[in-house]
Ligand binder design. Sequence first.
Ligand SMILES: [Zn+2]
Length: 480
Amino acid sequence: MAECELIIAGGTVIDGAGGPRFAADIGVAEGRIVAMGDLSDQPAADRIDAAGLIVAPGFIDAHTHDDRLLFSDPTMAPKASQGVTSVVVGNCGVSLAPYVPEGDPPPPLNLLGGHDEFCFPTVAAYAEALEKSPAAINAAVLAGHTTFRAAVMDDLTRAATPDEIEAMTALLDEALAAGCVGLSTGTAYPAAAAAPTEELMALAERLGPAGAVFTTHMRDEADDVIPAIEETLDIARRAGVHVVISHHKVCGKENFGRSRETLAVIEGARAEGLDVDLDTYPYAAGSTVLLKGLVKRSKRVLITWCEPHPEMGGRDLADIMAEWDVDVNEAIARLNPAGAVYFQADEGDVQRILAFSQTMVGSDGLPHDPRPHPRLWGAFARVLGHYSRDLALFSLEEAVHRMTGVPARVFGLEGRGLIAEGAAADLVLFDAETILDRSTYEDSVQQATGIKLVMVNGQAVWRDGATTGNRPGKLIRRKD
Ligand SMILES: [Zn+2]
């Protein structure tokens, strides 16, 4: 048996594969799990008592906008505090690299918190910077289609020309060579809405042979959600690529309940043999930049940040309109650039999508927002505490599986997402009785409760509510 540097003793293991929990000690050496079972007779330099706690693989946040946070706050507190040990960055068409903007980047690229200090002309440069200056947790990188557009086009309101598509293809090839795990798109946003399916196809075709995925914030998540899913499935079928539908939801009152339809379509595509998966965040409200289309379908809109009127952060749009005595169009024009939380979905749909067997958990948190949607600090603890334990929507084993084994498989993160000999020692120790999110819409920067210890590559990064200061995170490159 391999020599252990550390033994986590007496815990209850949920191994991430979806099966029932079991009692086992876990031995760690050189950043990996090297032994499992009864290790009471084994010597080890360090021993952690995990009695009464669940020992699970560290969670993988399948959907993040943490591209810049890895550098600007390498403790990665919003994520490490919930037991997240790896993040997938670059979602929704929005990646920090490869892009060096002249002036302010267009929305939604401004969700990344500024490109000033952290500008990368290539994904290789981003990867190299992260390896030189690692964060507390691991990261896998998606390249963003909207970022490509901003890098090669002078006008984002039209389709790319053949030359521009060729330039974007070269950027994608560079990103794939640098180890990125896939391409993301965000055709719901004005900066990419004019891209026809064929523009996306030209890029998607490079992904399948490279074993990379295509993730998408689809064109529509409201009235036209079904045609949007059909477009995504068409890309999967024709490009032979594994697709991931991002933060799946159905928005607008008229569409409440339609996740029955969307999930049936997705299930049908899977039965047809297409590789299609999805992620979601466990809330009925969403958040992004301030957009008229989203305001119109929401029953309530909360402004989270506002450049021209910072004092409006934290206030309801309806109150601002009343105070200024203006209509919604005028209010939006005066507030932008701004960000908002949109109360736009139905709790029944949230639960139905979460309960779907292929759904991964992705926070979609916006870490540079001064009043972030509560999902940033709460998504994982909320699924474990609120939805699994309190509402019994699924077992704790299933909840952990969707946060670990499933995303590791979907994104090809080798040696992650499972507790097994040889796997990376990315681990979380938590109390199943007390784990819960505390982050609310009114007061969102709140640590979850119940997380005792978080380890990344064998080193503790978070213990009893505080960072340890260790930064053992790695860039997880796509396996070839
Ligand atoms: Zn998105």
